[in-house]
Design a protein around this ligand. Sequence first.
Ligand SMILES: NC(=O)c1ccc[n+]([C@@H]2O[C@H](COP(=O)([O-])OP(=O)(O)OC[C@H]3O[C@@H](n4cnc5c(N)ncnc54)[C@H](O)[C@@H]3O)[C@@H](O)[C@H]2O)c1
Length: 256
Amino acid sequence: MQLGPEIKAIITGGASGLGEAVARTLTAGGAKVCLFDLNEERGTKLAAELGGCFVKVDVSDPASVEAGFANARAQQGQERILVNCAGIGVAAKTVDKEGKPHNAAFFDKVIRINLIGTFLCASNAAAGIVTTDPLNKDGERGVIINTASVAAFDGQIGQIAYAASKGGIVGMTLPMARDLSRSGVRVVSIAPGIFKTPMLAGLPQDVQDSLGAQVPFPSRLGEPSEFAALARHIVENAMLNGETIRLDGSIRMAPK
Ligand SMILES: NC(=O)c1ccc[n+]([C@@H]2O[C@H](COP(=O)([O-])OP(=O)(O)OC[C@H]3O[C@@H](n4cnc5c(N)ncnc54)[C@H](O)[C@@H]3O)[C@@H](O)[C@H]2O)c1
């Protein structure tokens, strides 16, 4: 699909980090963006800067997601692109230091936001996109991009809930692409390695440097703009479908 002013995109987690970078890149490419996030202050400010819209949405809540899509479509029309970036990173082991099992509510929360949130936004976007006219001779109607993580494949100690949530996104990618193939909607996931976003910025500089040094090449943290460049390429390259792409400088995470 070619970007242009008639192409509308919804970006979850669009107020920060990878989602913010995607919003900037798609806007620079000519698309209109709508940001879904819990962070109203940052989201409203960025949307105003980009000439897009912001809707406060909790991706883990079905009613909030449904209302968010209705609101975004009322403001800017039917989206053709959804980029799922909303997510949380947490740390807890299967059995903690005191010998207690992993907190069940905690596990549930991570799955609810990262996995179910991605699923809810994807299915709501798809339901709208399938009703649109094809954009080109391939019959393409839209594209859904999800954000997994390398933790889906090499989850570290303490990443049990996070890795499960991201593994679910990887598992969902092919069947969702197959489900939507007759309607010309593609589904592709990106599994980032370690990127320089507010999620990581809280770590001390020496820890960030050490994480960067573990990347075989290039030996540094990824830039959010590099993630966004891949998201844009996925939008523009119709042959990419049903796949999860690692974007990680070839890092394979160690147990810790
Ligand atoms: N930064 C990395 O190194 C890295 C690596 C692998 C995967 N990821 C994934 O990339 C995605 C983006 O991460 P980031 O680094 O940009 O983090 P970030 O914290 O900068 O941005 C995440 C955004 O999601 C929003 N959000 C959280 N819960 C939400 C909810 N329930 N509903 C709506 N919005 C919600 C937050 O408010 C925030 O604006 C996440 O899914 C994360 O797991 C990041």
